[in-house]
Design a protein around this ligand. Structure first.
Ligand code: NAP
Length: 415
């Protein structure tokens, strides 16, 4: 498909840039180290590449000078190649954008709460948005040019010709939401050759993956994602913010992180050339490209690895924010920068629902529980260290007092 081949060209040129970058660094490094070696000059302490001849012995170093000149020429050449590639890349990017815009996606969002609204606002710049939720969000949806359908009308929602459906409900209600959508999806795909692409944005990934694989009809492709940002951290745009994704099921083939099925590099030609596969990949790439275009740092990562990393980063952040928030800390007139960061952490973590925090704990229990235990141990260690120091201090004070009273007694006897 046009869009996929465009994207492949884009990646090819980007890889060429990487190669060029490493050649340039090597050339630079070689030129610098040759200069450094030359400057050793058998201990004469005079840089031989000093062609201005400030005391340099030019006559004996022609070879070095010639090397330097050819290295400088090489850099010029590489810079020229770099400029050519930049032109190619810009042209491919423009083509990619026009391919993307030629067929905008219709995106459905299930769960139009804090996060659903946040992403719909930006995604609406790239396609048509239809939302559904328990609460009536007609006004907010219309305000951002989207259409609202009540959650109690799943057929109406599915009949909107959705290319992609994003599941943005709370983690704790995810299973029940998917379970109740499934029979309607089955009916829907029975009338078509292909179902919509289902995307989740849950902050825990293995749970989402299991549920989606368990319930969804196999005609639906699955993309498990986690935008590692939210309405606070992404309020000024998504540039350089991490977007984690796993292409979980593409054209009925399930990604297995253990056997490392790589959809991009699969050697199975029959699989790669199937139209249905290409169609699936095209839709996934179109969807991912929206996030890419918004500046996200795209991170392909298995759901399993995501959950291990996230417990160590995201869960501990929320846990600390909640613990500090529970202490009722308040702004003072003499706040340090450090304390301002603490208050910011409390604000940003408690702005998210408690459901979200509970979901992070409950549905990544193995990792989150081990983080809680590590934190408790670390807290005990730090407090123990304080107590040990205090005990040493007291003992030293006692020794000091004893020495003083011994001296006093000795002094009294002498008197
Ligand atoms: P949340 O409290 O986790 O979820 C709120 C959403 O869930 C609302 O749309 C709500 O619908 C829906 N919901 C709650 N209970 C439901 C139920 N029993 N049945 C159907 N829908 C139900 O808050 P959130 O911040 O909006 O997060 C939504 C999802 O995005 C979560 O899975 C979260 O992990 C993920 N996420 C959030 C962030 C973030 O920064 N907040 C970042 C990345 C990913 P109604 O409003 O209609 O009641």
């Amino acid at each position: 498909m046009e869009f996929n081949s465009n994207k492949r060209n884009f990646n090819k040129v980007t890889r060429q840039f990487d190669v060029l970058d490493s050649i340039r660094s090597e050339a630079l490094f070689a030129s610098m180290s040759s200069k450094n070696n030359d400057s050793m000059d058998g201990g004469r302490g005079r840089p031989l590449y000093d062609i201005n001849g400030l005391g340099g012995d030019l006559g004996t170093n022609d070879d070095n000078i010639n090397n330097d000149v050819s290295e400088i020429g090489r850099l010029e050449e590489l810079k020229q190649q770099e400029a050519d590639l930049a032109r190619q890349l810009a042209a491919i990017r423009m083509e990619k954008l026009s391919a993307l815009r030629s067929k905008p996606l219709t995106i459905g969002v299930i769960g139009f709460g804090r996060f659903g609204q946040f992403i719909a606002k930006t995604l609406g710049r790239h396609g048509k948005i239809v939302v559904t939720s328990r609460s009536d969000y007609t006004e907010i949806a219309n305000g951002m040019g989207a259409e609202y359908v009540p959650l109690s009308e799943p057929e109406t929602f599915l009949d909107k010709n959705l290319d992609v459906i994003i599941l943005a409900t709370s983690i704790v209600s995810f299973e029940s939401t998917v379970k109740s959508l499934t029979p309607h999806l089955r009916e829907h795909v029975a009338k078509r050759s292909k179902g919509p692409l289902l995307v989740d944005v849950l902050s825990v990934k293995e749970h989402a993956r299991d549920i989606l694989l368990n319930y969804l009809p196999e005609e639906c492709d699955i993309l498990c994602t986690h935008p590692m940002f939210g309405p606070d951290s992404g309020k000024n745009g998504w540039k350089n913010l991490n977007f984690v994704f796993e292409k979980t099921r593409v054209d009925k083939v399930v990604f297995d992180p253990n056997s490392c099925v790589d959809f991009e590099r699969s050697n199975d030609r029959a699989f790669n050339e199937a139209y249905s596969y290409t169609e699936s990949m095209d839709r996934i790439e179109r969807f991912l490209s929206i996030w890419e275009e918004e500046g996200c740092r795209m991170v392909p990562l298995s759901c399993k690895s995501h959950d291990e990393y996230a417990a160590n980063s995201q869960f501990i952040t929320h846990l600390m924010g909640r613990i500090l928030g529970a202490q009722g800390l308040q702004k003072t007139p003499i706040d340090t920068k450090g304390f301002e960061s603490v208050l910011k952490l409390i604000d940003s973590t408690t702005a998210d629902s408690f459901d979200l925090f509970y979901g992070l704990y409950k549905f990544n229990k193995k990792n989150s529980l081990s983080i809680i235990h590590q934190l408790q141990d670390a807290m005990d260690d730090v407090v123990d260290n304080l107590k040990i120091l205090e005990k040493k201090d007291l003992e030293q004070q006692k020794v000091h007092v004893n020495v003083e009273s011994d001296e006093k007694q000795r002094g009294a006897r002498i008197d």
